[in-house]
Design a binder for this molecule. Structure first.
Ligand SMILES: [Zn+2]
Length: 544
């Protein structure tokens, strides 16, 4: 194939990862004759018959239908013993599976060209390139728009898994021990484009437990969410007046839009969009050609939404609005939003973890018999109203996180209700409106105010200059805590002095290996920064 011809055709087909495209083009431009007959036991027999009584060229008969007698002398014939090269048969795969050589076949008209061919790099030339040749030779069009070459599963020594090395992982073992979803999750979420997947055949737990844990978490989120949502019919989100959304609703709808956009971006365009005046009809635009099929990023975006945003924050903040005693109009809004984003999250995750998402989707209120997630539409952007007001919920999250941090820092029992004062010069309205949400999420009584903070209190500064203050008197033994903190500070001070002395000693600095000295300096910096935090803590809690 000529360089120009090859370039035109690679405009219709993209190969990912990008580096394989050059390999492909090199092969196509240095193509050799192909001997298509093989002496094997298995394969398509070559459709050539010989008559031993006729003279050349009449002794050779080529036919689509089986030949029984010589068409020239009516004598006996024998078929060639050879079979076609394996790749000569399989290069027809995209065509023959769709009904070719009947060019009017319904499947061929509907599905040719297909979208994505997923395969391994080692058969790029043997199979992929030949399917492309066959596509152009017989239908003048590429058989697919995208060739995605995935990584290889390797062991921890980066060796390819093989029967002879005995370092393989049996997928059936993994499915029975961890579930098919966990297996799929591990491979897809771990598959960076162009990178290999490393699995430890001797430690399946290490390789597959994160996938199982995610599947379990998703199941638990679903059960908890459904028990809060209840069985009663839920109004579709589009029927809800957008002015009725509360701040957490706006936030989770914006985050859901964000997750859909991230997933779409990671998956990239499915088909080329630039019109071309050849039989292919469309070519890849330069900016879309290498975009997408970052499957691990797509899986992570969907996971983060359902776990870190929907479950950790929205579900926790909306619970109080779902009970039978909640205000009915607000309850209707909360249920509509919750169902919409969970349904959407299941759609995003379904290609990666199909079994668990389908089982949960079947339990959603309003499901009709015969509806399946596998046939449901991919989520679209635009669930959130314009304006981006949901971002204000980040202030709520920050305040809750600050209170939780203080609770941990001062060893306050998790069950104990805290009194929290939020001092905010700039965002007072947001904190006022959401004081009860913050209180519920942080297990606290929240007062929003201004003015001076009480003594013996822990402080945290939030964005925008707001401050979270937690009075600790009565919650912890302040004297004892001060004693403990001062002891800690004193010990740290001694360590800092000794390390400073060591680093001030020229003999040590000259003789010790450079990386040891560098790591000493880094440790010292960390200690100094920790000393700053500790003395600040002592100052606010103990007043000196
Ligand atoms: Zn003959």
């Amino acid at each position: 194939m000529s360089t120009g011809e090859c370039a035109r055709r690679t405009g219709a087909i993209r190969i990912l990862p990008e580096r394989w495209e050059a390999v492909y083009v090199y092969w196509m431009e240095n193509i050799r004759d192909w001997n298509i007959s093989r002496q094997l036991w298995w394969g398509h027999r070559i459709p050539v018959w010989y008559c031993d009584d006729c003279d050349p060229p009449q002794n050779i008969i080529v036919s689509r239908d089986d030949v029984v007698r010589c068409p020239h002398c009516d004598g006996p014939v024998r078929q060639d013993e050879d079979v076609l090269d394996t790749w000569f048969s399989s290069w027809l795969w995209p065509l023959s599976t769709l009904g070719w050589p009947n060019e009017q076949a319904r499947d061929l008209k509907a599905f040719y060209p297909t979208d994505v061919l997923v395969t391994a790099p080692e058969i790029l030339f043997f199979w992929v390139a030949r399917m492309i040749m066959a596509g152009y030779a017989f239908l003048e069009r590429a058989p697919y728009h995208t060739v995605y070459l995935h990584g290889t599963a390797r062991d921890t020594q980066h060796r390819r898994m093989s029967k002879s090395l005995g370092n393989g992982v049996d997928p059936m073992d993994v499915v029975s021990l961890y579930g098919a979803d966990a297996f799929r999750w591990t491979l897809i979420a771990g598959l960076g484009i162009g990178a290999d997947v490393i699995l430890d055949p001797a430690d399946l737990e290490k390789s597959f437990s994160p996938g199982r844990n995610f599947a379990t978490k998703l199941w638990n989120i679903g059960r908890f969410l459904l028990s809060n949502l209840g069985d009663a019919p839920v109004r579709p989100l589009v029927d809800i007046d957008r002015r009725r959304f509360a701040l957490p609703d706006l936030w989770v709808l914006e985050r859901f839009d964000g997750a859909v956009a991230e997933c779409d971006g990671a998956l990239g365009p499915l088909q080329p969009t630039k019109a071309a005046d050849d039989a292919d009809g469309r070519h890849w635009r330069a900016d879309e050609r290498y975009a997408g099929l970052r499957l691990n990023e797509y899986a992570e975006s969907a996971r983060r939404f359902v776990w870190n945003e929907l479950a950790d924050w929205y579900l926790e903040s909306v619970k109080g609005r779902l009970g039978a005693d909640a205000e009915p109009n607000d309850r209707e809004v909360a249920r509509a939003v919750l169902l919409h984003v969970f349904d959407g999250a299941l759609r995003l995750l379904h290609p990666v973890v199909p079994f668990i998402t389908e089982a949960l989707w079947q339990k959603l209120p309003g499901r009709k018999p015969g509806e399946f997630l596998i046939r449901a539409d991919w989520p679209r952007l635009g669930a959130a109203p314009d304006g981006g007001r949901g971002k204000e919920f980040e202030l709520v999250r920050d305040a809750v996180l600050a209170v939780r941090q203080i609770r941990g820092d001062y060893n306050v029992a998790p069950g104990k209700t805290l009194d929290v004062i939020i001092l905010s010069p700039s965002d007072r309205r947001v904190y006022d409106d959401n004081a009860s949400t913050i209180g519920r999420l942080a297990r606290a009584r929240v007062t929003v105010g201004s003015g001076a903070a009480p003594e013996s209190a822990a402080h945290a500064v939030l964005r925008g200059g707001s401050e979270v203050v937690v009075p600790l008197a009565g919650l912890i033994d302040v004297d004892k805590e001060c004693q403990r903190l001062r002891g800690e500070l004193e010990a740290l001070e001694k360590q800092i002095v000794s390390r400073e002395q060591r680093l001030a000693n020229p003999k040590y600095v000259e003789r010790a290996p450079e990386h040891v000295v560098r790591s000493d300096r880094a440790t010292l910096d960390e200690m100094i920064s920790k000393r700053g935090q500790l003395s600040e803590k002592v100052r606010t809690l103990c007043g000196a």
